[in-house]
Design a protein around this ligand. Structure first.
Ligand code: HEM
Length: 134
């Protein structure tokens, strides 16, 4: 049985990816890493990002649960990875908006503190991105 927080991290990650990969403003960025082409090019199924999703989940477990990165795993070099995508400021703000909307959807009375901490992290990364990407 997965822990409740593990499950929440999983659900938020997948739900956010569903929104982001089909979003009219930032979806094209994710289509750059799509693993196969689908019938509808503007709404790829989540399976097209199969190898990325566990990595994103791991990232949030490191951030929110203090999980360690093992020797076999690559470090998270977020600024360089995102620099390669060349997003603009509006795209960063859109990413943050969609992420916070996903957190709204999953917030419940017994995980308010956890979600508050998650929003704080998101806002920290937003600042870091806006400072170091442009
Ligand atoms: C501002 C907060 C953001 C956070 C915390 C974040 C988090 C992450 C993480 C953890 C990864 C995986 C990195 C790895 O595998 O080492 C990733 C990859 C990716 N992110 Fe972001 N991201 C953010 C913003 C954005 C924005 C603004 C876009 C585009 C509009 C974006 C698009 C992508 C794409 C396409 C990948 C896959 C890149 C690849 O694997 O080569 N992200 N992000």
């Amino acid at each position: 049985m997965p822990d409740k927080k593990d499950q929440l991290i999983h659900d938020v990650t997948y739900s956010f990816y569903e929104k982001a990969t089909t979003d009219f403003l930032i979806g094209y960025q994710f289509r750059k890493i799509q693993e196969f082409k689908s019938l509808d090019p503007l709404s790829p199924p989540l399976e097209a990002f199969k190898s990325h999703l566990p990595r994103i989940e791991k990232f949030w477990r490191v951030q929110l649960l203090g999980e360690r990165i093992t020797k076999e795993e690559k470090r998270f070099d977020l600024i360089n990875i995102h620099k390669a995508l060349n997003p603009n400021k509006g795209e960063v703000l859109r990413w943050v908006k969609l992420f916070n909307e996903t957190l709204d959807q999953y917030e419940s009375s017994d995980d308010k503190d956890f979600i508050r901490e998650w929003r704080r992290k998101v806002s920290e990364f937003e600042k870091r991105f806006l400072t170091f990407l442009f």
